[in-house]
Design a protein around this ligand. Structure first.
Ligand code: ATP
Length: 306
């Protein structure tokens, strides 16, 4: 009996661990209580990335049948470059990142990485290729070491410390009484917005993904902290295909491509300077941002500004 019990018990532990890490991942996206809607196709293959070009091709999407959220969204992020998406609250920016992570399938068109349709590749390989620095980093009720190592379970202490150093959070961690063993999260030490983002950056550095999604925090950090985070993000975005969901235009002025979304449609695209010269919606948002630098440009609907 005990011979049968031990392997079964072991399987139970593995099952719980897998379930927990899926739950953790969904918490990152705030999706814990939602049904998982997509499944691997029986013919799914692991993603094979070359440079990780990301292409949204004529994407149509609705969460609910009656309300379409994205209309004919068509853009490519060339391998190793940064594309930023701006637009008012509810225009569909975060939906793009959820679709790229394949929490939902598109209703029309396709999303491809290096030519491979997301629906034809395994979700495990897709999620291994994408790192996310979310708007509000979820910290698990565990040690700070666990929270960083979450980017690559089984990482050595040396690699964890190197990632923390690169994210400029090592000195802070060392200053805590229990160092890397300090408990954080709801039931532990509460970290500031900037510290939490640094944990997310360290996690992502450890994961070393080909594709990066950066969902900028809506609330501004103080401007010194903001500048430091920006410098670190620039560092991790280097040579990775990066999608930035932007809330402050000052942070994306040097993105190779900026896309302006309005009610789920791309209404403008270009570089910061070409969009300013076009004197459209982006230029209006920029003017407004200059006047109120700490404000989230996404917050008021664009109509309110025209
Ligand atoms: P913000 O700048 O406020 O973060 P956003 O541009 O990222 O906004 P999304 O989060 O992509 O906007 O949401 C686009 C639209 O989809 C919104 O109208 C939102 O209410 C709706 N939406 C988002 N998630 C769901 C969901 N799970 N079910 C139904 N509708 C949803």
């Amino acid at each position: 009996m005990i011979q049968l019990y031990l392997p079964l018990n072991f399987l139970g532990v593995i099952y719980r661990e897998i379930k927990q890490s899926l739950a953790d991942m969904e918490r990152l996206f705030g999706l814990l209580d939602q049904n998982r809607e997509v499944a691997d196709s029986p013919k799914a293959q692991p993603l094979a990335t070359k440079g990780a070009e990301v292409a949204f091709s004529h994407v149509e999407f609705s969460y609910e049948t009656k309300r379409q959220i994205l209309f004919d969204v068509d853009f490519t992020i060339p391998a190793g470059t940064t594309t930023a998406v701006v637009g008012h609250s509810g225009s569909g920016k975060s939906t793009l990142s959820r679709l790229l992570f394949r929490f939902y399938d598109v209703n029309g068109g396709a999303i491809r990485i290096d030519g491979q349709d997301l629906r034809d590749i395994t979700q495990e390989s897709l999620r291994a290729a994408i790192g996310i620095v979310p708007q509000d980093t979820v910290l698990f009720n565990d040690t700070i070491e666990y929270n960083i190592a979450y980017g690559r379970p089984g990482a050595s202490r040396e690699d964890i410390v190197a990632a923390a150093r690169a994210a400029s959070i090592h000195d802070f961690i060392e200053s805590l009484p229990d160092g890397y063993g300090s408990m954080v999260g709801e039931r532990g030490l509460k970290l500031s917005g900037g510290e939490k983002q640094r944990v997310a950056i360290a996690r992502t550095l450890l994961k070393d993904p080909a594709i990066l999604i950066f969902d900028e925090a809506t609330s501004a950090l103080d401007s010194r902290a903001e500048q430091a985070i920006q410098a670190e993000l620039k560092e991790i975005a280097k040579n990775r295909t990066t999608l930035v969901i932007a809330h402050r235009l000052s942070t994306i002025a040097d993105a190779q491509q900026i896309i302006v979304l309005d009610h789920g449609r791309i209404v403008e695209r270009g570089t910061h300077y070409s969009l300013l010269a076009a004197q459209g919606l982006y230029a209006q948002m920029w003017e407004r941002q200059l006047a109120r630098p700490d404000e989230d440009v996404a917050s008021p609907p664009l109509e309110a500004m025209v």
